[in-house]
Design a protein around this ligand. Structure first.
Ligand SMILES: [Zn+2]
Length: 274
């Protein structure tokens, strides 16, 4: 009887341990599916195109749809990204952001960092984040080959470090990571550890007037819970930035900066927030 009881207990223990292992595996595979863009996956992910989509990615897409559910005002996130600075408008942009309790990510050009070092520090000291936008801003120079692109961002890195004592892995490629950036250049930069970010709302503020810029944001943010808004350091942008931030805030968006370790959203990896 005692022996039988012991056997039963052993079996029970084996059963319990077994089910725990099965449960843990299930949780791990769910995490893998849910957060499929782990760093290793990401390296592979960017190699594949949409016609070569894996089961995990398909499930990921479906899960995202299910989890999204009805548009929730609590989960809306906006990343304001500011290109081509610093400039004479930087401090004003920072002040406007401050008014709306918003922070932004600034992608800085070499010559402008050298010209306005105080503004680079102002960006950082006010809780905003910085990344790089190159030296030449010329597709024929920057994208000549991997070495030319690496060099530009190394120079950016050195200048930024000399001014702030900080480093950054974030990059916004001039004119976006597609279509001008050759695959070799993209891969070289990724292999150097840079995080390349594009956008899913192009305000086209470099050529539009304030009303058109605002309209652009309104139309293109419709039904999107996560948006990366591209703006530039321009007079017309400064004129309407307050209204844009006011609108997004009223729509329930939370302003966030891009984190150094966040998986980058870009045209090559085809994983931009839809
Ligand atoms: Zn630019």
């Amino acid at each position: 009887m005692g022996k039988k009881f012991k056997l039963c207990s052993k079996r029970k223990v084996i059963l319990i341990v077994g089910s725990i292992i099965v449960s843990i595996s299930a949780v791990i595979s769910t995490i893998n599916i849910r957060y499929g863009y782990s760093l290793n996956n990401y390296e592979n992910y960017r190699e594949r195109n949409s016609s070569n989509i894996t089961i995990t990615e398909m499930m990921n897409k479906n899960l995202a749809k299910i989890e999204k559910g009805p548009s929730s005002i609590d989960n809306k996130i906006v990343y304001i990204t500011v290109d081509d600075g610093p400039s004479r408008y930087t401090d004003e942009i920072i002040d406007i952001l401050e008014k709306y309790n918003a922070k932004a990510t600034f992608f800085l050009l070499e010559n402008n960092m050298k010209r306005y070092p105080d503004k680079v520090n102002n960006i950082i000291n006010n809780g905003n984040k910085a990344g790089f936008h190159g030296v030449s801003h010329d597709i024929h120079e920057l994208y000549k080959n991997g070495a030319s692109a690496r060099k530009e961002f190394e120079v950016n890195q050195d200048t930024f470090f000399n001014i702030t004592g900080e480093t950054s892995k974030l990059i916004r490629l001039p004119y976006g990571s597609k279509p001008y950036t050759p695959c070799e250049v993209y891969n070289d930069l990724i292999n150097c550890g840079y995080r390349i970010w594009d956008w899913n709302i192009d305000t086209q503020d470099w050529k539009l007037n304030p009303n058109q810029i605002i309209e652009n944001v309104k139309i293109n943010s419709e039904n999107k819970d996560e948006i990366i808004v591209l703006i530039h350091e321009k007079q017309q942008t400064v004129e309407c930035l307050g209204e844009i931030l006011d609108y997004l805030s009223n729509q329930g968006y939370e302003f966030k900066t891009i984190d150094q370790n966040q998986i980058p959203q870009n045209f090559w990896s085809n994983n931009l927030y839809k």
